[in-house]
Design a protein around this ligand. Structure first.
Ligand code: F6P
Length: 326
């Protein structure tokens, strides 16, 4: 691998909502950078730390024993000041002062928009690593953190199934995912849910209620219905089901527990590959790109494309969940 002279010092930060797998990604960026004779700085609290200059030189030891930890040891923030021109100027000045040539931003689409603007306004070299439980970054099949979140939610759904079956109840379980239904769809199929309410697909509460009534007549005793937070409130949907069927319902909102937990092997491996690919990309002179994985191959994607529009969900997978549930 040949190193261009222009890159000597890089910084890495985590921004926006945290997720499991950010720590292994930081570890990979730091150690891949040092392996390539770069100086690597860790920035604390995302763009907030760039603005205030809260950053520290990383060594191989700085990132020891974090591979199995959820969250991000660099902390993260949703910085209001960075949304202003003045804030971004301060961030760029912080980097110039320390002669840092480029930054690796680990985060989601909102964080990449920030990286893109920083590049446009101040020519800071930027590479993004997609990390969000929502898996809503365009141009990559997977973002770090999504697999762990799905598995954490699935574990909770499996536990709820124990009580749902025992007491013969209908459970409506709300999962995260912001405006999109990735987590809901994965958890729905893997968790054997009877139905999932997902923003990308239409649903009719009347048909769902009819299915439940028909199922009861045939001896079906319990239901798991997954609701993506972006599609509506689990409380409201449960109330409608009770009103239309006369059956009792129970609601669980899984909430922020989905953002924690030990990163899965898949997320750690993705993080290792993405971190190395981000450093390689900077060394080769790239900027304004995101690393991603498409059909199991690591790719570089334009940041503009990554921020452009949310990706589509598989209707086939939704149909499969419904076929297998009945
Ligand atoms: O983007 C990650 C995410 O966990 C979404 O799924 C959720 O809608 C949002 O962040 C919650 O944000 P906050 O932690 O600020 O409440």
């Amino acid at each position: 691998m040949t190193k261009t002279k222009s890159i000597k010092r890089i910084a890495v930060l985590t921004s926006g909502g945290d997720c499991s797998g950010m720590n292994p990604a930081i570890r990979s960026v730091v150690r891949s950078g040092i392996y390539n004779n770069l100086e690597v700085y860790g920035v604390f609290r995302g763009y907030e730390g760039l603005i205030t200059g809260d950053m520290k030189r990383m060594t191989r030891r700085s990132v020891g024993n974090i591979i199995n930890k959820g969250g991000t040891f660099l902390k993260t923030a949703r910085s209001g000041e960075f949304l202003t021109k003045k804030g971004r100027k301060k961030a760029a000045d912080s980097l110039k002062k320390r002669k840092i040539d480029a930054i690796v931003v680990i985060g989601g689409e909102g964080s990449f928009k920030g990286a893109y603007i920083l590049n446009q306004e101040h020519q800071v070299r930027t590479i993004g690593i997609p990390a969000t439980i929502d898996n809503d970054v365009n141009g990559t099949d997977f973002s770090i953190g999504a697999d762990t979140a799905v598995n954490v939610a699935l574990d909770a759904v499996d536990k709820i199934r124990d009580t749902a079956t025992s007491l013969e109840r209908i459970f409506v379980i709300e999962v995260m995912g912001r405006n999109l239904g990735y987590i809901a769809l994965q958890v729905g199929l893997a968790g054997g849910a009877e139905d999932a309410v997902i923003p990308e697909f239409d649903y009719k509460i009347g048909s769902m209620a009819d299915d439940i009534k028909r199922g009861r007549k045939k001896g079906k005793i319990s239901w798991i219905i997954i609701v993506a937070e972006g599609a509506g409130s689990a409380q409201e949907i449960a109330k409608q089901i009770t009103d239309l069927t006369g059956f009792e319902t129970r609601v669980t909102v899984l909430g922020h527990l989905q953002r924690g937990g030990t990163p899965t092997a898949m997320d750690r491996i993705l993080a290792a590959k993405f971190g190395k690919a981000a450093v390689d990309a900077l060394i080769k002179g790239n900027t304004n790109k995101m690393v991603g994985v498409v059909a199991n191959k690591i790719k570089l994607i334009d940041l503009e494309h990554a921020c452009a529009r949310p990706k589509n969900l598989s209707k086939e997978q939704y149909n499969l969940m419904r076929i297998l549930a009945s």
